[in-house]
Design a protein around this ligand. Structure first.
Ligand code: PLP
Length: 393
């Protein structure tokens, strides 16, 4: 099987499993307990927080461990907007891009439905990017928060986050970015990016599902969503997932290991190698499949994502045909899989609904090889041809 669905999830890396194992077994203490076992767990948690902070270029106290990317996004969007409005009731708008993951979009819609906020949706261009002009249009004195993702999960387009964040912060508006897809591949230094909050998720990086973190800058006020014993400095109550935190920190550290000259949090050498393989795969698919269209930005895209529309097919049928040939990929994001509706992300990029329904996403981890991608490109040619032949027969 050739697994080309790494943007959905990745297997746990052996080094990660080995690092977390002790905290699931012998060193199973609760970090809040006042005895040796508890203290060992607290030390492990502190170590994981320091390592995560190092990868994010921030202070340990600015890292809040969560149950994954969805929770980190919810905490950032709801927590910051609600905390700001509690101080100034005029701050009752949130701005999000038109291509956000549902974890951000639905958090904003919740603020609208339950707390009376207005949601400003920032349009994207045909490549899925937010321009500074588009952002300027929506920012105003009532904007409590801006949330624009670092890299898109369906098409891989990378946003100019540093420029957009600077624009929001110049107006005193906090800026959150969902870096769940970007974390293994792009520079993650929160100072250089200039963001106030940033979400990451372990299972996209070789850590288990259910581990994640939110960076929250210094004095940024944040209303907790989960109340209880006051763990994570009161920002996220609940006994900490020590093994999950250790796993996340290990996976993040490994993602940039091997290239110390790379910017903090960048996968460096491996990102360059995978980007070259991705470009070869894209070229082969475009050359081999008549009418195939690359979706997303031609160059400013994740090294790990190649996404296409294959007019005259249905994405789901191509997917099934590819799986029969041993290639596993996705017809959109995993979250939207199984739904017939065309992807809102592709529609926001101006792609016609009939074409959007033919979307297929291929996504790789750093173990991908040129041979695997050549085999996959050949399978794509055959799969699209047979789905088209069936459609016209
Ligand atoms: N944000 C993006 C961009 C994602 O791709 C995902 C997962 O697919 C999430 C958030 C949610 O992360 P998790 O699965 O850890 O809840």
């Amino acid at each position: 099987m050739i697994f080309l669905d790494a943007a959905a999830t990745t297997p746990v890396r052996r080094e990660v499993l080995e690092a977390m194992w002790p905290y699931l077994t012998g060193e199973f203490g609760n970090p809040s307990s006042h005895h040796g076992l508890g203290e060992a767990a607290a030390m492990a948690l502190a170590g994981a927080r320091n390592a995560t902070a190092k990868a994010l270029g921030c202070r340990a106290g600015e890292v809040v461990f969560t149950s994954g990317g969805t929770e980190a996004d919810n905490l950032a969007v709801k927590g910051i907007a609600l905390a700001r409005r509690a101080v100034d009731r005029h701050l009752d708008r949130v701005a999000i891009s038109a291509v956000e993951h549902p974890a951000v979009e639905e958090s904003a819609r919740y603020l609208e439905r339950v707390h009376g906020f207005a949601v400003d949706v920032i349009p994207v261009d045909r490549y899925g990017q937010v321009t500074e002009e588009a952002l300027a249009e929506v920012l105003g004195p009532r904007t409590a928060l801006v949330s624009i993702m670092y890299a898109n999960n369906e098409v891989g387009t990378v946003q100019p986050v540093a420029r957009l964040a600077a624009q929001a912060r110049a107006l005193g508006i906090p800026f959150h970015t969902d870096a769940v897809q970007a974390a293994g591949w792009l520079p993650l230094d929160t100072c250089t990016l200039g963001v106030d909050a940033l979400s990451i998720s372990g299972h996209k990086l070789g850590a288990p599902k259910g581990s994640g973190a939110l960076f929250v800058r210094g004095r940024t006020r944040i209303e907790p969503l989960v109340h209880g014993g006051g763990q994570e400095r009161g920002r996220r109550s609940g006994t900490e997932n020590v093994a999950g935190a250790v796993a996340l920190a290990t996976a993040l550290t490994l993602a940039r290991a091997g290239d110390t000259s790379a910017p903090v949090g960048s996968a460096g050498e491996s990102a360059g190698r995978v980007a070259a393989l991705r470009d070869g795969f894209i070229a082969e698919v475009l050359a081999g499949v008549a009418g195939a269209v690359l979706t997303g930005h031609p160059t400013e895209r994740l090294p790990s994502v190649a996404s296409f529309c294959f007019p005259g097919t249905s994405g789901e049928s191509v997917l099934l045909e590819l799986e029969r040939q041993g290639v596993v990929c996705s017809s959109g994001s995993a979250c939207a899989a199984g739904s017939d509706a065309p992807s809102p992300v592709l529609l926001a990029m101006g792609i016609e609904p009939e074409v959007a329904q033919t979307a297929v996403r291929f996504s790789f981890d750093s173990t991908i090889t040129a041979e695997q991608l050549q085999e996959a490109a050949a399978a794509v040619r055959t799969a699209v041809a047979s789905v088209r032949a069936l459609a016209t027969s």
